[in-house]
Design a protein around this ligand. Structure first.
Ligand code: DSN
Length: 438
């Protein structure tokens, strides 16, 4: 039961450096520049544990802030509805060829505006309104667009949903197979937003083959781990791979769809003209840069370190008596069930925010509480690893989380303030990519 009074959102001082780092913005719109500066400071001084977030490089930031912003380019390279595409065509071809080579796929479409439109394009390519589609239930760790009721994908299509086992927190493939045989979905989605364990793409592919479904692997969360060799690739198994580009892949906010040549036409047609107009060329360029960065040997080290850090953090949390869904993690993400700590996820998340630790409240499988006030919090290591934090730092982070969650229960604001200053001290020693130095 939450007996704690609502707390104000933490106030962070405006960053004086914002005008210097964004001089034109500072001159034209000081109010907006101050807000950007405040966000820079927030991202610099806090421990960002939201597993779907990251820090992009200065090069990615620069590419996404270029004059490519000024163009319309409906169509695809060599087949546009606008002239003046001499450079845009080359940029999009570069992004496509880098995606194909990094993920080992025959075809890539780099135009989807983000993950949800990318997933909608998959349905448009392979299903008709009213058809049955199947995905993991949102409260079990899936995504809204995997057929959940409040999403268009769960109202325009008949969404049937699988989950994880109550006792293990793991996907039960016998259950998935039985459901697929009974419901005969046109499309099966695997992947999700709160899955701490390795996705068995081969097992999903076998079920999809047996039931005549198209297998769509939504790897948005783990794309960077796949690119860096720290998670198995769906490329040999899935008919189509959907991913955002801004999570572990460390690119701009955007998305890609990848598939074998046989599905290329259907996918391209679904993205444009099926769902979208002109691609966001500045994003395409920044995706190309991120893909080039992800192809460097150092990115493999990054991907491995993300997983090593998450495992180390999970061990430290378990040692402090926390309940972790599925008992730990294989990837970048940890789902914590706070029921036994007697503090709701949202209360804990808000308290941790006041302590400079940014997480999100999250449902846990079979959560008796409501999605907007659930039992868990979701954390992850992509951002802290981008700042260079290593396994040796995870004990301190687990201890801060422990102290923060305890303070959330007892209402001890002084304890949160102490954690906040300790966090800020560590963060100051590990500057974030892409942020102006204080
Ligand atoms: N909102 C994303 C996440 O946080 O996982 C999924 O779309």
């Amino acid at each position: 039961m939450n007996t704690h009074p609502a707390q104000p959102t933490p106030a962070y001082p405006a960053a004086p450096q914002s005008a210097a780092s964004h001089p034109a913005l500072g001159a034209t719109d000081p109010e907006l520049a101050a807000l950007v500066g405040a966000e820079e400071l927030l991202q610099a001084t806090t421990l960002r544990l939201i597993p779907s977030e990251n820090y992009v490089s200065q090069a990615v930031l620069e590419a996404s802030g270029t004059v490519l912003q000024n163009k319309y380019s409906e169509g695809y390279p060599g087949r546009r509805y606008y002239e003046g595409q001499q450079n845009i065509d080359q940029i999009e071809r570069l992004a496509i060829s880098r995606a194909r080579s990094l993920f080992g796929v025959e075809h890539a479409n780099v135009q989807p505006y983000s993950g949800s439109p990318a997933n909608l394009a998959v349905y448009l390519a392979f299903a008709e309104p009213g058809d049955t589609i199947m995905g993991m239930a949102l409260p079990m760790g899936g995504h809204l667009t995997h057929g959940w009721g409040v999403s268009a994908t769960g109202t325009w299509f008949r969404g049937v949903q699988y989950g994880v086992r109550h006792d293990t927190g793991l996907i039960d493939f016998d259950e998935v197979r039985e459901l697929a045989i009974k419901e005969r979905p046109k499309v099966i989605f695997c992947g999700g937003t709160a899955l701490p364990r390795t996705i068995d793409f081969a097992a999903f592919a076998e079920i999809a083959r047996e039931t005549g479904a198209v297998l769509a692997a939504d790897v948005a969360h783990i794309a960077g781990l796949i690119a860096g060799g720290a998670h198995p690739s769906p490329a040999p198994y899935a008919d189509v791979i959907s991913t955002t580009t801004h999570k572990t892949l460390r690119g701009p906010r955007g998305a890609m769809l990848m598939c074998r040549e046989e599905h290329a036409k259907a996918i391209d047609k679904a993205v444009f003209p099926g769902l979208q107009g002109g691609p966001h060329n500045q994003t395409t360029a920044a995706i190309a840069v991120a893909l080039q960065e992800a192809a460097q040997p150092g990115f493999r080290d990054y991907a491995r370190a993300v997983v090593t850090n998450a495992r180390a953090l999970a061990e430290e949390l378990l040692a402090r008596g926390f309940d972790l869904v599925s008992g730990g993690t294989d990837n970048h993400l940890i789902l914590m069930d706070l029921t036994s700590r007697k503090v709701p996820g949202k209360v804990a998340a808000k308290a941790l925010d006041r302590a400079g630790i940014v997480v999100n409240h999250n449902t846990v499988p079979y959560d008796p509480r409501k999605p907007f006030d659930p039992s868990g919090i979701r954390i992850g290591t992509p951002s802290l690893t981008s700042r260079g934090l290593a396994a040796r730092h995870m004990a301190a982070i687990a201890e801060w989380i422990d102290r923060g969650v305890t303070a959330a229960r007892t209402g001890d604001e002084d304890a949160l303030a102490v954690v906040r200053s300790e966090v800020a001290e560590l963060m100051a020693a590990f500057p974030a990519p892409g942020l102006p130095l204080p």
